[in-house]
Design a protein around this ligand. Structure first.
Ligand SMILES: *[C@@H]1O[C@H](CO)[C@@H](O)[C@H](O)[C@H]1NC(C)=O
Ligand SMILES: *[C@@H]1O[C@H](CO)[C@@H](O)[C@H](O)[C@H]1NC(C)=O
Ligand SMILES: *[C@@H]1O[C@H](CO)[C@@H](O)[C@H](O)[C@H]1NC(C)=O
Ligand SMILES: *[C@@H]1O[C@H](CO)[C@@H](O)[C@H](O)[C@H]1NC(C)=O
Length: 188
């Protein structure tokens, strides 16, 4: 099919980029802007989804319960997602196929976002909102960890092939949609 051809792939990126660009300001001044930039680097990192990789498309089962967390818990979840993405994109990348400069900018961008979020979390803590270490949040954190474990296992099984990475890059785009939704809803 044409589903993952270059046109639709590009339009997904553009749509997301615009969507992220118009999002509300959050407690971090640079938050949504950096999110937009990271998304852009992820899009430009490689070409559109290659036809020969279609059979590697996998449902990693994004932990949807994350969309239910609120306020400070949402900030912590975004932080956890970004931390996991940063870790995921730190090794065994298909560097011969992907654009090295985009990979580096993506890694730096995520790192910056994580640091800004940590500042934000410390600020919120000092305001006394610290009711987060509860069972529900723990179980959500665990779901996030399991989700990234599934992704890592998949890459290991496929010996970090180019196609397996393309499937993961596609999945991480989905993560960014949810990250943006959480930011817009809970960090304004
Ligand atoms: C964080 O999640 C816990 C458990 O669901 C909840 O009790 C707490 O009120 C939440 N905190 C905020 C700020 O949403
Ligand atoms: C890599 O991406 C950068 C930034 O988008 C671009 O300027 C550069 O030409 C790209 N390099 C290659 C080899 O495609
Ligand atoms: C967190 O909240 C508890 C009670 O809800 C309080 O005893 C504790 O001092 C708070 N910790 C911080 C770091 O604010
Ligand atoms: C949540 O996790 C924290 C730290 O990981 C732990 O100390 C706490 O007991 C857990 N709470 C519940 C209700 O499981």
């Amino acid at each position: 099919g044409k589903a993952f051809g270059s046109d639709s792939d590009l339009s997904v990126c553009i749509t997301l980029a615009l969507y992220i660009k118009i999002s509300h300001p959050i407690c971090l001044f640079q938050g949504s802007k950096v999110n937009y930039q990271n998304m852009n680097f992820l899009c430009k990192m490689g070409a559109s989804f290659p036809q020969q990789c279609l059979r590697e498309r996998t449902d990693f089962k994004f932990p949807m319960e994350i969309t239910k967390v609120r306020q400070r818990n949402a900030t912590m979840m975004i932080h956890e997602l970004l931390r996991q993405i940063f870790h995921l994109f730190s090794k065994n990348l298909p560097e011969s196929v992907w654009n090295a400069s985009c990979i580096e900018k993506f890694q730096n961008g995520i790192h910056q976002q994580i640091e800004e979020l940590e500042t934000c979390l410390v600020e919120e803590l000092s305001k006394g909102r610290n009711s987060s270490r509860t069972g529900v949040l723990n179980s959500t954190t665990l779901s996030v960890k399991k989700y990234f474990r599934r992704i890592t296992n998949f890459l290991e099984d496929k010996q970090y092939s180019h196609c397996s990475w393309e499937a993961v890059r596609m999945e991480v785009r989905t993560c960014f949609i949810f990250i943006d939704c959480l930011m817009r809803k809970h960090m304004a």
